[in-house]
Write a protein that binds this ligand. Structure first.
Ligand SMILES: NC(=O)c1ccc[n+]([C@@H]2O[C@H](COP(=O)([O-])OP(=O)(O)OC[C@H]3O[C@@H](n4cnc5c(N)ncnc54)[C@H](O)[C@@H]3O)[C@@H](O)[C@H]2O)c1
Length: 322
């Protein structure tokens, strides 16, 4: 049985990835510090509690910035694959607290790469982000587009991780795939993201805030598709690659309101608010490379995905909020 280390395994993408890996028969080490202040750690504790009944699940409470603590895990275990998702993940917050974003997202990633090198990990997948593209208007975004104008220090850290990872491939022949995730949403959704905030407001009968005139588009990608692409990337060492994982079908904020109205059968009350300087106009993934190299394409429409999100919010979050 092969062992996979998932950093940030108690988070949104992490908990879904860990669950899918366990279902596929892997032994999974979930590493998380539960201390990141982006949202209430009780949610992460809840995800981990669900997973802990599985015999092949092991939890490590550790900080990726603590090299010795993470090294102990590598010494104790025989890790075949690493899926490195642990990071500080909010674009806007990063503008106000760049030091901690650099420390965790770049400093933590160096630690993971050093240990992947030292312990001969077969393949490492690193979470990058569509935010590396900044406000590029050459749509859809391709992996070889210039990506040196992110709008937030967060995007800068993700681009830096990609560049850093390349040096480990070049000097030590490590297999590393950096995945540029586009606007993930679905079960265990992060509470700071629009689909969650809107879903909760709508289910409670409240009003939602829409930035600008609602024409901004996001390439919302269902979590099941994100997880599928992540595991495909892990199972297929490619030397060094950067690959977009996005829905390839951007939805405007106005259209997203319509999707929520159809799915919930509620009429949505909308209030406009100014947009943040670090928010890009649109995101739109070219996914030719993911199709060619990973045999991956998204299979969940925005209507299906938002239905799943709304059902999950109703079953898990609505009661506690009322
Ligand atoms: N959600 C998206 O749409 C999206 C889009 C692009 C990229 N990403 C990237 O995907 C990854 C996962 O994002 P997510 O949405 O699941 O966010 P998340 O905040 O739910 O998950 C990140 C996890 O990392 C953990 N973590 C943070 N700092 C840590 C540290 N120092 N040591 C150990 N663990 C630490 C957190 O506790 C959290 O559980 C991140 O790298 C993020 O930048 C996410």
């Amino acid at each position: 049985m092969e062992t996979v280390l998932v950093t940030g395994g108690a988070g949104f993408i992490g908990s879904n990835t860990v669950k899918a890996l366990l279902q596929k028969g892997y032994r999974v080490l979930c590493l998380d510090n539960f201390a990141d202040d982006l949202y209430d750690p009780k949610y992460k504790e809840g995800y981990v509690a669900e997973l802990s009944s599985h015999e092949n699940f092991v939890l490590y409470r550790a900080d990726i910035c603590d090299f010795e603590a993470v090294k102990e895990i590598f010494q104790k275990e025989k890790i075949s694959y690493v899926i490195h998702l642990a990071a500080k993940a909010n674009t806007r917050k990063a503008v106000g607290e760049p030091h901690s974003y650099v420390e965790v997202n770049i400093g933590g990633t160096i630690n993971i790469l050093e240990l992947a090198k030292e312990f001969n990990v077969l393949n490492t997948v690193i979470a990058s982000s569509s935010s590396v593209y900044g406000n590029s208007d050459r749509m859809p975004w391709k992996e070889d587009d210039i990506a040196d104008r992110p709008l937030s220090p967060y995007g800068m850290t993700k681009r830096s991780d990609e560049v850093l990872a390349y040096t480990y491939h070049h000097n030590f022949k490590l297999n590393i795939t950096c995945l540029r995730y586009f606007n993930a949403y679905g079960e265990n959704n992060r509470p700071d993201l629009v689909p969650y905030i809107w879903g909760m407001a709508i289910l409670k009968g409240g009003e939602i805030e829409i930035s600008g005139d609602g024409s901004r588009k996001r390439d919302y990608t269902y979590i099941g598709d994100i997880v599928d692409g992540t595991i495909r990337a892990m199972e297929k060492p490619l030397g060094f690659e950067i690959i977009n994982l996005g829905n390839n079908q951007p939805t405007s904020l106005k259209e997203l309101v319509g999707v929520f109205e159809r799915v919930t059968d509620f009429e949505v009350k909308v209030k406009s608010r100014p947009s943040h300087t670090s928010s890009v106009e649109s995101t739109y993934a070219d996914i030719t490379k993911a199709k060619e190299l990973l045999g991956w394409k998204p299979t969940t429409s925005i209507e299906e995905g938002i239905t799943k999100l709304v059902n999950w919010l109703r079953d898990n979050r609505l009661k506690e909020a009322l």
